[in-house]
Design a protein around this ligand. Sequence first.
Ligand code: SOE
Length: 363
Amino acid sequence: MTAAPVRFGIIGTGFMAQVHAHAVRASGGVVTWVAGSSPARAEQAAGLLYAGRAAGSVEELVTAPDVDVVSICTPNHLHHPMAEAALVAGKHVVCEKPLALNPADAEHLAVTARDAGLVNAVPFVYRFYPTVREARERIGRGDAGELWMLHGSYLQDWLASPGATNWRVDPVRGGPSRAFADIGVHWCDLMEFVTGHRIVSVTAMTSRAHEARGESGESVATEDGAALLFRTDRGAGGSVLVSQVSPGRKNALSFSFDGTQATYRFDQEQPETLWVGGIEADLVVRRDPEHLTPAAGRHAVLPAGHPQGYQDCFNGFFADLTAAVRGEERDGLPTFADGLRAARVTAAVVASAATGTWVDLAE
Ligand code: SOE
C-alpha cells in the first residue's frame, strides 16, 4: 500500500519557495496551500508553486487541516513568529535559515519543537551532495588521519553592484549579520557535519565593499563579507572567507579539510567530484552510485555522468524530511538544533567583529 502524500503549506513566494515546491513534488508530497505577503501575492504564486489553494493569511495556512508540514521561505525576521505559530498549531516545520535573528529565539523554537515531538528541519542542503557524504564517510572511518586544518570559502556576486539591494541588506528584516548569516553558516554547518569537529572559539572581521546601496543610496549597516579564524574541540584550526561581492563567484562554496594522511576538497559549483589529496598520489572520486560508500550512494539518484545539483540536494532533503514525518529516522537531516547552532556561531562572529577579540562558543 502506498502512503498518503505528505501535505505541505508553503509561506513565501520567491526563489526559495519555488525550490521547496519542486522538492515537495519530487519527494512525493503535495503543496496544498501557499501564503504570501498579501492574499493577491499568494493567488499569483499558487500556479508556480503547484499549490491547491492560496491562503488569505498565515493563520489560515498554519491551521488548515490539510497541512502536515509548514515550509517557511519568508524574509528572516518572520521566521521565528511564523515557525512558532506553525508549532502551536501542531504542524511539523521546515524553516529557512537563519532560524531566528538571535540565539534566544532560535533556542525557543528548538525547545518548543522538541517538546511537542514535531519534526523540525532547517535546509542546510549542501549536506545532501553525495560527494559531501562520501567525504564524511571517509573521514569518519579515519582515512584522513588527524584533521588539523579546515579551510575554505563561500563567495557570491549577487550584491556586487552598489545598485543591488534586497531585504537581506536591512538589519531589521535580514538580521544583524548578512553575508555570514546567509551563507557563512552553510559553510560552518558543512564543516561540522563532514568532519565531526565543533567550533569552540572564533575571531572574525567583517567588512563592506559598498557603504551605500540602491537607487536612493541608503547607507548599509550589514557586512558584504567576513573573514573568520576558528578553533575546534578536537584541536584543529581553520579559516573561512565569506563574500557576496566577489564578481564571477556565483555560488562558490568550497572546503578543504586537511588531515595528516589525506585532504578532502569539495567545490559546490563542481559537485560531481570529490578531490582526495594524498602524499604520493591524488584521487578524484566521481559521483558514481556504483562505487560510492552506501551512505553516500543513497543520495546519488542518477547514474554517473548525469549531473546532479542544487535542486537535487533539496529533493534529497525533502525526501528525508518526509521520511521523518512518517516516523522513520534518517541520518543527517539538519534540524532546529542545527539552526540554533548556526545562530550561536553567527552571534559569536558579530560579537568578535565588534570587539576584535576571540569569542568562545556556548554549546
Ligand atoms: C542567497 O545568498 C542564497 O540564496 C542563500 O540564501 C542560500 O542559502 C544559498 O544556498 C544560495 O544563496
